[in-house]
Design a protein around this ligand. Structure first.
Ligand SMILES: Nc1ncnc2c1ncn2[C@@H]1O[C@H](COP(=O)(O)OP(=O)(O)OP(=O)(O)O)[C@@H](O)[C@H]1O
Length: 483
């Protein structure tokens, strides 16, 4: 952006970005403190499988950031959109091109400069609603990577009056890092609209007392935004025209964030447009949304029918992790595997297995939850580029990784939830790493106890799918499954 203030904001952002790992990971507001997490032998016994609630929360924000860092483009979806309009007689329609939205030329230029040719599914419906007069409240839920951020950023930029030098749009993100990511999208999309300025309301961005902000868009974390509105009065909440709650699903994982968001929302004028975006459809998100968004229009993507038909599934019976490792070696000895992902329940097992596989001469990448998100993104990139052929990982990394060459997924430990029940959703996500785009894939489950056998049986029941046994001592039999 051309203006000093914008340039400053960018500088601030870059400086802030550099200090992500040092400064902000200690920030209480923005990210729960990292503490050593006890390794648990969850695949073995009911009740031992889960992470603490705190760990689950931490994963959500990290996973969301990771998704953004590793995603190279829009997630393609063939899903239908479900639109629930507050006023069924409303003439709002869906658009098939950005031109139809009659965006300001500077913004259209920004959209095209970002390489967007046409609106994504969620954008087709959300944008006309968000840009309508009078403003409409909206809850939009669709999977990660389907274009939600781009949609609300465009809405904020469209609603700004550049002649007014005060905050008009407020966007709240659950963590410092996620706020920076969204800020980047605002900068990119607004690159031809220099009169509009952005400021980051995040810890570390200290302003002089008494300052009245001139930037029209504020993006930040709930605690700092609340302080800026209430205590420090940098922002006059009564002048806010658009309020965006980004990543509601991550936001609600932290009680404090929920409360702060609600307190911010209460300070806004009745006329303020409220927009809430979330990647998941859980009950808790709806309850949060209902508390915060009056009379909303609702848009969501219908879930894609998930099918496992192209993935052949087997299980192998073993007695110990050493035997499981031996079975793995036998599989590698019998078939050619382009790339494999191996899932373990704990970091400890993942670390051990990666070490053993390396000793056997495999090029192994290890991905686990204690790594910084940026490190994880780098590991995934290397794997995607084929630098390593085997990726050993824990649940933390099951979602979103999209590597075309993965032909085999191994569940070294079966996925169980914190109560020791089968985690069917994670199972689906894990084995869904293979067999993508209609290709055939292979999933092999390692069973090492009565408990894990019962988990496997329940998974079969859930998906109504028979998983056949594989004898890994019989090389001919292994060879057959690869055809
Ligand atoms: N209309 C479009 N055409 C092409 N690419 C797009 C379009 N809209 C968004 N993208 C790109 O697709 C990717 C995902 O978009 P975006 O970040 O807006 O998704 P999201 O739903 O907000 O994801 P998350 O839930 O992780 O926040 C980004 O790289 C973005 O630049």
């Amino acid at each position: 952006m051309a203006t000093d203030s914008w340039a400053q904001a960018v500088d601030q952002q870059e400086a802030a970005a550099e200090s992500i790992s040092t400064l902000q990971l200690n920030e209480k507001e923005d990210k729960p403190k990292d503490k050593p997490k006890a390794e648990q032998n969850g695949a073995k016994a009911a009740g031992e499988g889960g992470k603490t609630e705190e760990e689950e929360k931490e994963d959500k924000a990290a996973q969301s950031l990771l998704n953004k860092l590793i995603r190279s483009n829009l997630v393609n979806t063939t899903n239908q959109v479900e639109v629930l309009q507050r006023d069924p007689n409303s003439p709002l329609y869906s658009v098939k091109s950005f031109e139809e939205l009659r965006l300001k030329p500077q913004l259209l230029q920004g959209v095209y400069a970002m390489g967007f040719n046409r609106p994504s599914k969620i954008q087709e419906n959300a944008l006309p609603m968000m840009l309508a007069e009078p403003p409409q409240n909206l809850i939009a839920q669709s999977q990660s990577g389907t274009g939600k951020t781009a949609a609300f950023v465009l809405a904020m930029l469209s609603h700004v009056d550049p002649n007014n030098r005060w905050p008009q749009c407020l966007c709240v993100s659950p963590t410092y890092e996620l706020a920076l990511q969204t800020g980047k999208v605002i900068e990119q999309m607004g690159q031809f609209y220099p009169e509009v300025r952005l400021v980051y309301a995040i810890r570390g961005n200290k302003l002089e007392r008494g300052v009245k902000l001139q930037e029209q868009i504020v993006i930040g974390t709930p605690g700092t935004v609340l302080d800026w509105c209430q205590k420090l009065k940098f922002i006059d909440p009564k002048k806010i025209k658009v309020f965006v709650l980004d990543e509601a699903d991550v936001m609600i994982a932290t009680q404090g964030h929920q409360d702060q968001s609600i307190r911010i929302q209460r300070m806004l004028p009745k006329s303020c447009q409220m927009l809430l975006f979330s990647a998941t459809f859980e009950e808790s998100v709806w309850n949060f949304a209902k508390r915060i968004i009056p009379d909303p229009n609702i848009i969501k993507l219908k879930r894609e029918e998930e099918t496992l038909d192209t993935i052949k599934q087997y299980y192998v019976v073993c007695n110990s992790k050493e035997q499981k490792f031996q079975a793995l070696c036998n599989i590698y000895g019998a078939i050619t595997i382009a790339q494999a992902m191996i899932f373990c329940h704990t970091r400890k097992t993942a670390g051990w297995l990666a070490g053993e596989l390396s000793r056997e001469g495999h090029q192994v990448a290890l991905l686990s939850g204690e790594m910084q998100v940026e490190q994880r993104a780098a590991v995934i990139d290397r794997f995607r580029n084929g630098k390593e052929k085997v990726l050993v990982t824990t649940n933390v990394c099951a979602r979103g990784i999209d590597v075309e060459q993965v032909s085999v997924v191994i569940n070294f430990d079966l996925p169980v939830d914190k109560d020791g029940n089968p985690d069917n959703e994670t199972y689906l996500h894990r084995i869904g790493r293979t067999g993508r785009f209609g290709k055939r894939g292979l999933a092999i489950n390692m069973v090492d106890s009565k408990f894990s056998m019962s988990i496997l049986e329940r998974i079969q029941e859930h998906f109504n799918k028979t998983i056949e046994e594989l004898d890994t001592d019989d090389l001919d039999e292994i060879e057959k499954i690869a055809h």
